[in-house]
Design a binder for this molecule. Structure first.
Ligand code: ATP
Length: 250
């Protein structure tokens, strides 16, 4: 269980990117963060991995404050980014093995990877359907394939939580859906807690167990997809509810 308790983020330039909020993330749930550009989704996700320092409040995982147990927390938290953050000239296998770095001391990383770790990496690559590409350079893959490498790199960490920051934003709609469906299926199979920011409302409705809507750094909606009607969507995106949406809520 991850618990966000009164977390607030004010960046050094004075921007309050996250207003004080209290959230609980139950194990195994697939949560989608929705919000307009600049709403604060990345700030929340990055706080959950200790990449952004809280100005107030605290975040705990399994009862441990993540700031004092940061290395432990990061080792069990897989991060997936919009731009994949792959090393283009390295192979898929080498990129996926990078996911193991958090499990080793700095000195251990100077040694070659063990057979067991290579097996783990190949299994993760196989799970995302890219075994035939394991020895290809990452920059020779399509955008969708590169994001699947990003997923495999997160899986090889053997995480209990996946944080994904707009993982399908740079993909065409059909590829976005396939990649997200694969991520969702893997999280389900492994019982992983997933917190995923998305721009696509339809994908959020389809895959989320729970949707958290953020606007201006505040949580303005928190509930299951079926509770997200026109008025709630308008609150998240700062738009006027449409008549058909109004009917949907009635
Ligand atoms: N390092 C930073 N320093 C100052 N302000 C920042 C910083 N990072 C983000 N912000 C500001 O904080 C607010 C929230 O940004 P954030 O990136 O969390 O939003 P987002 O919902 O993820 O947006 P997007 O969908 O465009 O990625 C914005 O006003 C943004 O300009």
């Amino acid at each position: 269980m991850i618990v966000v308790d009164g977390a607030r983020v004010i960046y050094p330039n004075g921007t309050e990117a996250l207003q004080p909020c209290a959230l609980r993330f139950a194990p195994g749930a697939f949560t989608v963060l929705l919000g307009a550009s600049g709403a604060g989704k990345s700030t929340l996700l990055r706080s959950l991995n200790g990449l952004v320092r809280l100005s107030e409040g605290r975040i705990t995982a399994e009862g441990r404050d993540i700031t004092t147990a940061l290395r432990w927390h990061r080792a069990r938290t897989g991060m997936i980014f919009q731009q994949h953050q792959l090393i283009g000239r390295r192979t898929v296998l080498a990129n996926v093995l990078m996911g193991r770095l958090g499990h080793h001391s700095a000195l251990r990383t100077l040694l070659p990877w063990s057979l067991a770790e290579k097996r783990l990496a190949l299994t993760a690559i196989e799970r995302v359907g890219l075994l035939d590409y394991a020895l290809r350079r990452a920059d020779q893959l399509s955008g969708g394939q590169q994001q699947r490498v990003g997923i495999a790199r997160a899986l090889v960490q053997q995480p209990s939580t996946i944080l994904a920051d707009e993982p399908v934003a740079s993909l065409d709609p059909a590829t976005a859906e396939r990649v997200l469906a694969q991520l969702h299926a893997i999280c389900r199979q492994d019982g992983l807690t997933a917190i995923v920011s998305l721009h696509q409302l339809d994908l959020a409705r389809r895959f989320a167990d729970r949707i958290i809507g953020i606007a201006g750094g505040a949580v303005v909606f928190d509930g299951p997809p079926h509770a997200l009607g026109g008025a709630e969507t308008a609150r998240i995106y700062g738009t006027t509810p449409q008549p058909e949406h109004a009917l949907e809520i009635a």
